[in-house]
Each structure stands twice: as structure tokens, then as C-alpha cells.
Design a binder for this molecule. Structure first.
Ligand code: NAP
Ligand code: MG
Length: 402
């Protein structure tokens, strides 16, 4: 079979630990044999980030701005233990945080649904995608413990020195206060990323806040979404046969539980943090969640939602066999290849991405899977495969389909 040709390079961001091991096997078994891969390679492994003073992370994000599509392996976010383990010059920031800030993007997370791994919520039939706003609110808040009786106020001082004051509370005893903010520009980018991704995936978009209680803060989110939708997206949504739908956050939670899935749920920063863990665990497995960062001007970075699976890597280093699930990392590759094919008008590349996803799902549904899935599946007589053999089994299924 002739290999599929590409015209524009894919930005490839390699990573750390067990996922770095999987990355190489995935390329060797599932990509190189079928595609004449054109990629611009950036090594985001912690050693090379340290060697380049993290310049490589910035360069990889700029390359994503230039080419439009990236695929990323999970990476270590350094903490005190990693400082010693890798003898780091500095506690480098989270690569995901750096890339997200440069692309001004929103992260969309969606479960990969297969027969035999059943969601806890029995009426969920299709994936629910969570979009989380990644700026501000309680994550950039200033807090104070109030020691005793006294007055607290919000104060805004304009550049010309004029002030606006609002009473927070007249304390009669000790208590606590918090000041948080957001920026209209960031909310606008969030809204555009959500509308674009909804059009891209042809799914209805839900957005929910608590605007009845938070009449200025949350209401501004609601208004910005509505204004942008009416001005820029309404006609496109009508043409695509999808909807934009706003409701209160508590109503949204109730509707999500009764729905059958198949839509995007946009959340403010805190709601997205909490709800994405609820959705991923209710769908069955963190190892089956994909993640894509979408910028408001349509740049895409695909990855798995899980981390570097450190515990398995240490076993691997001891020479022990591992059974690490590569599905979300494979779907990061298929997502990126399909998007590249779409932008460059290469239908064979898009078709290959579809087939590789179908082969991955079929392999699991045929009873061949990694240990994490074998522990929760409703299928009987399953075969538990090690990390490499699972990927080889997918290759066999894929070759049978091509
Ligand atoms: P993790 O890598 O997501 O793994 C936590 C546990 O979840 C694993 O020990 C394993 O459970 C299970 N698991 C996750 N992915 C799996 C897979 N593909 N196959 C099988 N089991 C899987 O989280 P972590 O161990 O807390 O973090 C490790 C490193 O990842 C950290 O340095 C963190 O900074 C980084 N991280 C990176 C990203 C990213 O780049 N996007 C995201 C999150 C974390 P068992 O051990 O029970 O088998
Ligand atoms: Mg969280």
C-alpha cells in the first residue's frame, strides 16, 4: 500500500515517562507504516525543557500558531520532588499552561465511548464534551481573613484617580472575604472558541452560569455569549442544524443527568474544573478522555487528558511489564491528522484517522484491552494485553480494515 502524503507539517510535541514510551510505539506501529509523516518535532520532555530554559515549549506554541495543528504527549509539571529527580535549574511552569496562554485557547474534553465500558448514568449514549474557561475567577482571586469587627469594600480607582466603592459587608465579628475578576476579552475568546468548536463538531452548545444571583459578574458572561452568538454565529448554527442554549447552572446539571449526551457543555473556570472530573469518572475512565485546545482564531492542539502515568513508568524502568492504556494518546494523533487533512484537503488522511479510531474501538469491543479497562468492562472473557501488545493488536485490526 502506498503511504499517505502530507503537505503541511504537524507540530509534534513529545513528552515524558510512560506516555513518551507509548508515543514511540504508536508512531512505529500505527503512523509510520501508513503515512509519510511530515512533522516539526519539539521535545517537551522535562530534560530538554530544562536544557533550553523552557524555550522549546514556547517555540512549540509559536509553531502551532504558524501551522495550525499540533499533537502533544503528556508532560511532567515540575514540583519539588521533580526538582531533585531531574536536577532542574528552575521549577518550570506547566507546558499546558504556557501553550494555552500563547494560543489564548479553550480546552475541550470528551470521553471515548466504547461498548463494554458503560457510563454510570445509564441514559448517556453519546459523549458529553466539557469546555472549561481557563482564565480568572477564583483561580486568580485575592482573599483575606477578617480578624474582627470592621467595614470591607470593593474599590475601583480609574486612571484619572476617580473612585467607585461598593460595600461588601459590615463585619460585627471575624470572617473572610474574597475578590476575583475576569476580563471581557478573555470571555469573548472563550465564547468564540466554543462557537467554533460546536460548528466544527456539529454539536449543540450549552452554557450555564448563576446569573440570577450574580447579576453583574455571571450576567456579563451570559451577555457576552449571547451578543457574539447573535452577531456572528446564529446563521451558521441554523445552517449546521445545531443550537446554542443558555440556562442556569443548577438546571444544566439536572438536564445533563437526564440527557443522552452528544453536546458541548461550556463551563466557567471553577464549574469546568469540577464538572470535567465528574463527567470523566462517570463515563468510566480517565484513560479514555481526549482533550483539545482550540484558539479563537482556529488553531488546534490535541492531547490525552491524563498525565504521564508515572507509576507505570517506574515499573517499566524496573523491567516489569506494564499494561498502560494508549487509547487517548492514539485519539490525540487521529484528531490532529484528521484536522490536518481537513485544512489541507487530503481526504485520505481524514479517512485514515476515522479508520484508526474505528480499529481502536473494535479491538476493545472484540475483548482485547489493557488492564485498567479489563477491571471495569462488562464484556466477558477478555484478553488483557501489555502496553506494546495492545497497540500491535490495534495494528492488526487496522490492517484487516484497510
Ligand atoms: P496520571 O498520569 O494521569 O496517572 C494517575 C493514575 O491514573 C495512574 O497511576 C493510573 O492508575 C491511572 N492512569 C492514568 N492514565 C492511564 C493510562 N493511560 N492507562 C492506565 N492507567 C492510567 O496522573 P499522575 O500520576 O498524578 O501524574 C503524573 C505526571 O503527569 C505528573 O508529573 C503531572 O504533572 C503530569 N500530568 C500531565 C498532564 C498533561 O500533560 N496533560 C495532565 C495531568 C498530569 P494506576 O496507577 O492505579 O494504574
Ligand atoms: Mg481538577
Amino acid at each position: 500500500m502506498e503511504k499517505i502524503k502530507m503537505t503541511t507539517p504537524l507540530v509534534e510535541m513529545d513528552g515524558d515517562e510512560m506516555t513518551r514510551i507509548l508515543w514511540q510505539i504508536i508512531k512505529d506501529e500505527l503512523i509510520y507504516p501508513f503515512i509519510d509523516l511530515k512533522s516539526e518535532y519539539y521535545d517537551l520532555g522535562l530534560e530538554y525543557r530544562n536544557e533550553t530554559d523552557d524555550k522549546v515549549t514556547f517555540d512549540s506554541a509559536y509553531a502551532t500558531q504558524k501551522y495550525g495543528v499540533a499533537v502533544k504527549c503528556a508532560t511532567i509539571t515540575p514540583n519539588a520532588a521533580r526538582m531533585t529527580e531531574y536536577n532542574l535549574k528552575e521549577m518550570w511552569k506547566s507546558p499546558n499552561g504556557t501553550i494555552r496562554a500563547i494560543l489564548d485557547g479553550t480546552v475541550f474534553r470528551a470521553p471515548i465511548v466504547v461498548k463494554g465500558i458503560e457510563p454510570c448514568v445509564k441514559n448517556w449514549k453519546k459523549p458529553i464534551t466539557i469546555a472549561r474557561h481557563a482564565y480568572g475567577d477564583v483561580y486568580k482571586a485575592t482573599e483575606m481573613k477578617i480578624p474582627g469587627a470592621g467595614k470591607t469594600e470593593l474599590v475601583y480607582t480609574a486612571e484619572d484617580g476617580t473612585e467607585i466603592r461598593e460595600l461588601i459587608h459590615n463585619f460585627g465579628e471575624a470572617g473572610i472575604i474574597q475578590g476575583m475578576h475576569n476580563i471581557n476579552g478573555s470571555i469573548e475568546s472563550f465564547a468564540r472558541s466554543c462557537f467554533n468548536y460546536a460548528l466544527d463538531t456539529k454539536q449543540t452548545l450549552w452554557f450555564a452560569t448563576k446569573d440570577t444571583i450574580s447579576k453583574k459578574y455571571d450576567h456579563t458572561f451570559k451577555d457576552i455569549f449571547q451578543e457574539i452568538f447573535d452577531a456572528e454565529y446564529k446563521d451558521k448554527f441554523d445552517a449546521a442544524g445545531i443550537e446554542y442554549f443558555y440556562t442556569l447552572i443548577d438546571d444544566a446539571v439536572a438536564r445533563v443527568m437526564k440527557s443522552e449526551g452528544g453536546y458541548i457543555w461550556a463551563c466557567k473556570n471553577y464549574d469546568g474544573d469540577v464538572m470535567s472530573d465528574m463527567i470523566s469518572s462517570a463515563f468510566g475512565s480517565l484513560a479514555m478522555m481526549t482533550s483539545v485546545l482550540v484558539s479563537p482564531d482556529g488553531k488546534y492542539e490535541y492531547e490525552a487528558a491524563h498525565g504521564t502515568v508515572q507509576r507505570h513508568y517506574y515499573k517499566h524502568l524496573q523491567g516489569e511489564e506494564t499494561s498502560t492504556n494508549s487509547v487517548a494518546t492514539i485519539f490525540a494523533w487521529t484528531g490532529a491528522l484528521r484536522k490536518r487533512g481537513e485544512l489541507d484537503n487530503i481526504p485520505e488522511l481524514m479517512a485514515f484517522a476515522d479508520k484508526l479510531e474505528a480499529a481502536t474501538i473494535k479491538t476493545i469491543e472484540d475483548g482485547k484491552m489493557t488492564k485498567d479497562l479489563a477491571l471495569i468492562t462488562t464484556l466477558e472473557n477478555v484478553t488483557v494485553l501489555n502496553s506494546a501488545d495492545f497497540i500491535k493488536a490495534i495494528r492488526e485490526t487496522l490492517e484487516g480494515m484497510l
